[in-house]
Design a binder for this molecule. Structure first.
Ligand code: DGL
Length: 266
């Protein structure tokens, strides 16, 4: 048993889609969430820069005495998980392998689409893990960088979002994919729009299985919070609390007030 909080971070509001599932699975845990609003997007930056930003965030979360960290960002999970795990003596939960496991359960024709940021698709990690997990799998990947600013702007259902989704996804539909991994934690914010475009293709949002993974990790390592009266998650951002608060209240259906911190100090 361990009463310390769990840290969770993303470049921006995308990680809220993961937190939302985690809160359902682990109502007794306390969470410290960091969103790097000042430096989003990560997906079009170099691995070196994203690693530097992630280190600063982990240092910040360590200063809050967290017992584990959920990397609620596919870009960081796919490019920095190994580096962070080697540099910091605390457990990290990533969001890539839960999506791969879900795809293996869902696909019938072993033809899988993956969408993510340029850095996530460029890492080749989904492709490698899917082919290892599903022998004979055909994997078609597509970077969809414009989905992140649309999600950050709250433009998740309008015509611009719809047309962007059509343009990005048509080439995957042409390959007859039967399942599509949302390989960026911002993308579930556009799920209705993506569903409209892909029709019967099964959409995989790894947030739920990431939450299950965190739950089983905490329980098998006896790290669960014994408290029956947990406090609300605490939110920190590097810029623009107003915008973050607006989107967090939409995603989590509750009002929260984020605090601003100078992440460059960490
Ligand atoms: N939500 C993040 C991800 O899952 C980052 C998107 C971005 O900042 O470009 O990749």
């Amino acid at each position: 048993m361990n009463q310390k909080p769990v840290g969770i971070f993303d470049s921006g509001v995308g990680g809220l889609t993961v937190l939302s599932e985690i809160l359902k699975a682990l109502p007794n845990e306390e969470f410290i969430f960091f969103g790097d609003a000042a430096r989003v997007p990560y997906g079009s930056k170099s691995v070196e820069t994203v690693t530097k930003f992630s280190r600063q965030i982990v240092n910040f979360l360590v200063s809050k005495d967290v017992k584990a960290i959920v990397i609620a960002c596919s870009t960081v999970s796919s490019n920095c998980f190994k580096t962070l795990s080697a540099e910091f003596p605390l457990p990290f939960i990533e969001v890539i392998s839960p999506g791969v496991e879900d795809a293996a359960l869902v696909t019938r024709n072993k033809t899988i689409g993956v969408i993510g940021t340029e850095a996530t698709i460029g890492s080749g990690l989904y492709d490698a893990l899917l082919k290892e997990k599903i022998p004979g799998a055909k994997v078609y990947s597509k970077a969809c960088p414009l989905f992140v600013p649309l999600a950050e702007e709250g433009w998740t259902k309008n015509t611009v979002a719809r047309i962007t989704a059509e343009i990005y996804l048509q080439e995957l539909l042409d390959k007859e994919i039967d399942s599509l991994i949302l390989g960026c934690t911002h993308y579930p914010l556009l799920i209705n729009c993506i569903k409209d475009v892909v029709g019967p293709v099964r959409i995989i949002n790894a947030a739920e299985s990431t939450a299950r993974r965190l739950k089983s990790f905490l329980s098998s390592n006896h790290l669960e919070n014994p408290s029956r009266s947990p406090t609300s998650p605490k939110f920190f951002v590097s810029d623009n609390t107003k915008k973050f608060d607006r989107i967090s209240s939409l995603v989590l259906r509750q009002n929260f007030s984020a605090s601003i911190i100078d992440i460059e100090k960490y």
